[in-house]
Write a protein that binds this ligand. Structure first.
Ligand SMILES: [Zn+2]
Length: 95
């Protein structure tokens, strides 16, 4: 009996593509996270919100918000506080 192998191959290829897209977005998250962490460490003791970080790092606030949330949960060395602009932000605690 002859079975057409193409649909399976196509499904496998699309699964691979999905996996790669997920890896790419995870790598992107890691890269942005290390930028944000480094930036906050450079200005230890100063609170920065997602909007101000986005402006200073030339990134989109939407990319920074989930990272701030992640870092806030992982505190210390990060602590939440009010940003100079009035928004809720995060700072690197001085030790
Ligand atoms: Zn701000």
């Amino acid at each position: 009996m002859w079975l057409d192998p193409l649909p399976d191959q196509r499904a496998a290829r699309s699964r691979v593509a999905e996996g790669q897209a997920m890896l790419n977005s995870m790598a992107q998250f890691d890269l942005t996270e290390s930028l944000v962490r480094g930036h906050l460490r450079d200005m230890s003791g100063q609170v920065r919100c997602a909007i101000c970080l986005a402006r200073e790092l030339f990134l989109l606030p939407g990319a920074i918000m989930p990272i701030l949330a992640t870092l806030a949960e992982r505190q210390p060395p990060f602590a939440t506080g009010p940003c100079g602009c009035g928004g809720a932000g995060l700072m690197f605690l001085l030790r």
